[in-house]
Every structure is written in structure tokens, then in C-alpha cells.
Design a protein around this ligand. Structure first.
Ligand code: TPP
Length: 565
């Protein structure tokens, strides 16, 4: 490519274009104004969405990245703009979301002087980025951005932050862009070792009661087809983590449900009865394992994982397989014998029956007067033929939605898993809709989390983003209230909320809206929301003191999962 004489700001934009970026979320300010000025001339090539808060921008970038598999990009100014990205960076790091964030910084001669809106964002973001870097010379810009994209997307993905001093944004350079494909001493993905695969296959071929636990690594590795082929060839029941959800269709006969604290009864109980546990792209998070000392002690553990730091971190692997899930599974499929485990699978289905009678039927087909979150989720899923993208916030509604919403395609479940970030849902749903305008996108939040980023209704309105927004309003910080009820003698310490008129707020933003308070209104309202051409806010007033069950109390074994209080 011939070189061009341009300033650092234009170099930022051209570098992003060279990486195929066509969507940016952001919020301007003094230290990033030259970059925004350069952006002004590129409105044909790239669409910038002005959010209402930098946290909104970064969560939108996360939602966009999750549904597209591309890198999410966001801009923020220095100081408070950059620090407002920190929660999103932490969220993206723990959930392995590829992001490239660009923050403006004060001019390099002012660094370290407590200049106006100076903050050490490289220092602050160090533990919550996969990589970060401060640019003080314009010449560094193309290489820094090329590295940023390579690091964000390769191996175990994650967020990268590039902080660019204002003088570097102004300075002229001879621009030339070379994509980065390799960095010394950065080995994002190990080649799969056939001996490791063989050892894993030998264990799997001997197994009488095997279970697959699959996680986000399957989605990030693009290994959905291989996962399906693997479980179908071996006949092994497969359970998912919160972030693995939607990698295998909900109605697949070998899909046995959700793991962990509010997961399904069968997969939790049976993990502690299995003779072989095959963990694929999951990291044995404490929400999944419960008490580690009582977790799958009887089982041989096979662990397919791209990040060597995850192997033997929580659970010792008898047969680790290091590498990308798609490649590892492909090799494993060739090494395992066809099998079926029908009797073992029937044991899961017997557990499902117990759970259905004790919990699920009451959640999704309630007989009581008050509305349940479960019935709202069931109807929303049914009315979209189980084919929508579901974006949830954090709390009871997140667990209920993950349990009862059904999926037919991958990359359809967007949620804050590892960090549990309230306020994530609404902006992430905007990003999801921008990434997949062809699909129905639901945003489901509690009344608490919704109010953490409620201002993004402004962004949704400005760009007419057709997000179907459901607020499940129990007038409580529901999940915390549930714990207070169960473990703190019902001492409801600061969890009750006096809420605003959500419909009035939606209308003030120019959005269609409706409030539902009784069952006879519910289906019709959801249909109306879906029929409406454009964004819609539906407030559903649900029972105040409903609980999410099953539940594994903190510190308890997964075998002690409770179906009722
Ligand atoms: C930013 C942030 N602050 C606090 C929490 C702790 N927390 C977890 S769930 C929850 C309650 C959520 O209430 P709401 O949004 O109304 O949803 P519900 O549980 O009622 O569905 C709280 C406060 C959190 N996860 N994130």
C-alpha cells in the first residue's frame, strides 16, 4: 500500500477501516475531538452511534461483538469518559469479549501534570484489559491499532484499550497500514496435540455415564457444529453454562439444560454421578461448581480449553486438550466411537420431570393471580418461534430468562456472565440489534438494572433501534431480596424501590410503550410489541416476592441443589 500524508486522527479512522470496522459506539469530549473531527468525513464508510453514557457505548460494543463475532469498537474522551469504560472493560475481560476501545488523552507534554481531564487510564485499566497501550507519537497509531485487533480477537478474546495523546492525534504521518498476524512471545492458540486428543478419546470411549459441559468457548471458537456432531456421535448428554447457552439448540434431544446456581436439577445432580465429565470451552466458574471440594470428585475430567491458564485452575484435568474448541472437537470426533447412553439420558429426563412438577410448571404456567417472570419469558419465546436474540440484564430476570427462553441458533443469548453487571442489558441490546438488524432482539431487565442505564432510551430513540424492551418490574432489587428472604431472615435492607412511571419515561423519549398488570393483558401486549414497527417498551408488573428456583446455596455442593425453599 502506498503511503499517505495524513494526521494521526485520520490514521485512526483509516486503520479501523482497514480492519473492516463499519460500526463505532462512542461519546466525544475535548481530548478526542480531533478523532471525532476526522470521523466527520467518513460517514459513508462507518456509522457512529452516539450513546448517552460511555458505559452505554462499551456495553453496546459488547452486545454487537457477541452477536456478530466481530470486534466491538468504542470511543471515549479522557478522564471521566475513559473511566466510564472501566466496568465494560472488566465485563468484557471476564466474559472474553473482543473489543477495541480508543480513548483520547491529554497532550503528551501535559502527561503527569494533573491536566484537565487527565486520568491514568492505562494504569486504571491494566487489570481489566487483555492489552492496553498509550500512544504519544502519531507514527505509532497504525501498528498499535493493528496489534489491538490481533490481540482482541485471537486465542481467548478480550478487550484492548488504546489511549491516544491529543498531540499524536494532530501530528502528520506517512500512513501505511499492515495487519498484524503475529507478535513475539504472544501465542494465542496452541496447536492441538494428537496425543492429548487420543488420551481424552480413550477416557470418553470407556465412559458409562459421561456428561458434556459446554461454555462460551464453543461460541467464541465457532465450534457449534462440531459440538453437535460430537454429542450426536457419542450420544452424550450436554449441559451448558450461562454463556454457552444457545450454542446447541434448546430442543436438541441431548441438550439437558443449564448448569450452576439457578440451573436445572438434572445436570447439576448428574455432574456428581457422572463417571466422565467433558468440559468444553468452560472455566469451572464458582457459580457452576458450587463447593469445589464436593464437585465431580468421582469423575475423570476431560477439559478442552484454549487458555492454558484455565486448565487445572479450579478442577484438575485428567485429560486436558489445549487448543481452539473447533479444532480440538474435530480431532476428537475422529477418535471417539459411536455410542448411545439412552438409560443415562433417561435419568436426566426423570430429573426434568421432577423439576417440571415442582418448579417449572408454576413458573411458566402459573395458577396464582400475580404475573410471573417465567410466563412472560415463555410467551416472548413462543411468539418469536424460539428464534429471537435475548439480551438480559442481571438478577432474577436473567436467571429466569436463561432457564425458559428457547433458542434455535447460536449467538442468540447476550448477557453479562462473569461480572454480573447490572445496567448491561439495555445498551447491549442496542448493540445486538445494530449487529443483527435482521433478527428480533429482546432486552429484558429488572426495574433496578433498567434504571442503571435507562438513559440509553435516548440512543434507541435517536437511531430508531427496533429493540423490544421488557421491564420485569417487581419493585425490588429482586435477586438481593431473594437472598435476604432466604439467608438473612427476610430483613429487606434497602432493596425496595419506588419506581418512576416507565411508560411515561418511554413516551417522553418518543417510544411506544405499554404497562401490563394482569394475565389477560399479557399475550396481547407482547403481540402488540412485536407487531409494532420500531422500538417498544413493555413494563410488566410481576409478583413482588417471587423466587428463582432451583438454587444451590453459596458454598453448598451441586448435589444439594434445592427445588424449593
Ligand atoms: C452494578 C451492580 N450493582 C449491584 C449488583 C448486585 N445485584 C445483583 S442482582 C441485583 C438486583 C437486581 O434487581 P433488578 O434489576 O430489579 O432485577 P431482578 O433481580 O428483580 O430481576 C443486585 C443489586 C450488581 N450485580 N451489579
Amino acid at each position: 500500500m502506498a503511503t499517505q500524508r495524513i494526521n494521526g486522527s485520520e490514521a485512526v479512522i483509516k486503520s479501523l477501516l482497514a480492519e473492516g470496522v463499519d460500526t463505532i459506539f462512542g461519546y466525544p469530549g475535548g481530548a478526542i475531538m480531533p478523532i471525532y473531527d476526522a470521523l466527520y468525513d467518513y460517514d459513508q464508510e462507518v456509522t457512529h452511534y452516539l450513546t448517552r453514557h460511555e458505559q452505554g457505548a462499551i456495553h453496546a460494543a459488547e452486545g454487537y461483538a457477541k452477536v456478530t463475532g466481530k470486534v466491538g469498537v468504542c470511543f471515549a474522551t479522557s478522564g471521566p469518559g475513559a473511566t466510564n469504560l472501566i466496568t465494560g472493560l472488566a465485563d468484557a475481560l471476564i466474559d472474553s469479549i473482543p473489543l477495541v476501545c480508543i480513548s483520547g488523552q491529554v497532550a503528551s507534554p501535559l502527561l503527569g501534570t494533573d491536566a484537565f481531564q487527565e486520568s491514568d487510564v492505562v494504569g486504571i485499566s491494566l487489570p481489566v484489559t487483555k492489552w492496553n497501550y498509550q500512544v504519544t507519537h502519531a507514527e505509532e497509531i497504525p501498528e498499535a491499532i493493528a496489534k489491538a485487533f490481533h490481540i482482541a480477537l485471537t486465542g481467548r478474546p478480550g478487550p484492548v484499550l488504546i489511549d491516544i495523546a491529543k498531540d499524536a492525534q494532530f501530528a502528520q504521518i506517512d500512513f501505511e497500514y499492515k495487519k498484524c498476524t503475529k507478535i513475539r512471545s504472544y501465542l494465542p492458540e496452541y496447536p492441538v496435540d494428537p496425543f492429548q486428543v487420543k488420551a481424552a478419546a480413550d477416557i470418553i470411549n470407556e465412559a458409562k455415564k459421561p456428561i458434556v459441559l459446554f461454555g462460551h468457548g464453543v461460541v467464541l471458537g465457532g465450534a457449534e457444529a462440531e459440538l453437535k456432531e460430537f454429542v450426536e456421535k457419542t450420544g452424550i448428554p450436554a449441559a451448558w453454562t450461562l454463556l454457552g447457552l444457545s450454542a446447541l439448540p434448546s430442543e436438541h434431544p441431548l441438550n439437558v439444560g443449564m448448569l450452576g446456581m439457578h440451573g436445572n436439577y438434572g445436570p447439576n445432580i448428574k455432574t456428581n454421578e457422572a463417571d466422565v465429565v467433558i468440559a468444553i470451552g468452560m472455566r469451572f466458574d464458582d457459580r457452576v461448581t458450587g463447593k469445589v471440594a464436593a464437585y465431580a470428585r468421582q469423575a475423570k475430567i476431560v477439559h478442552l480449553e484454549v487458555d492454558p491458564a484455565e486448565i487445572n485452575k479450579i478442577i484438575h484435568a485428567d485429560a486436558p486438550v489445549l487448543g481452539n474448541a473447533k479444532k480440538s472437537l474435530r480431532m476428537l470426533i475422529d477418535n471417539v466411537a459411536p455410542n448411545s447412553h439412552q438409560e443415562w439420558l433417561n435419568e436426566f429426563r426423570a430429573c426434568d420431570k421432577i423439576e417440571y412438577e415442582k418448579v417449572i410448571s408454576h413458573d411458566i404456567h402459573p395458577k396464582k393471580v400475580g404475573l410471573t417472570m417465567g410466563e412472560v419469558v415463555r410467551i416472548a419465546s413462543e411468539k418469536t418461534n424460539n428464534d429471537a436474540i435475548l439480551v438480559t440484564d442481571v438478577g432474577q430476570q436473567q436467571m429466569i430468562a436463561s432457564r425458559y427462553f428457547k433458542f434455535t441458533q447460536s449467538r442468540s443469548n447476550v448477557t453479562s456472565g462473569g461480572l454480573g453487571t447490572m445496567g448491561y442489558g439495555l445498551p447491549a441490546a442496542m448493540g445486538a440489534k445494530i449487529g443483527r438488524p435482521d433478527r428480533t432482539v429482546f432486552s429484558m431487565s429488572g426495574d433496578g438494572g433498567f434504571q442503571m442505564t435507562i438513559q440509553e432510551l435516548g440512543t434507541i430513540s435517536q437511531y430508531n433501534l427496533d429493540v423490544k424492551i421488557i421491564i420485569l418490574n417487581n419493585n425490588f432489587l429482586g435477586m438481593v431480596r431473594q437472598w435476604q428472604q432466604l439467608f438473612f431472615e427476610k430483613r429487606y435492607s434497602f432493596t425496595e424501590m419506588k419506581n418512576p412511571d416507565f411508560v411515561g419515561i418511554a413516551k417522553a423519549y418518543g417510544l411506544a410503550s405499554q404497562k401490563v398488570t394482569s394475565r389477560d393483558q399479557l399475550e396481547g401486549a407482547i403481540q402488540e410489541m412485536l407487531d409494532h414497527n420500531g422500538p417498544y417498551v413493555l413494563e410488566v408488573v410481576v409478583e413482588q416476592e417471587d423466587n428463582v428456583f432451583p438454587m444451590i446455596p453459596t458454598g453448598a455442593s451441586i448435589s444439594d441443589i434445592l427445588l424449593e425453599p
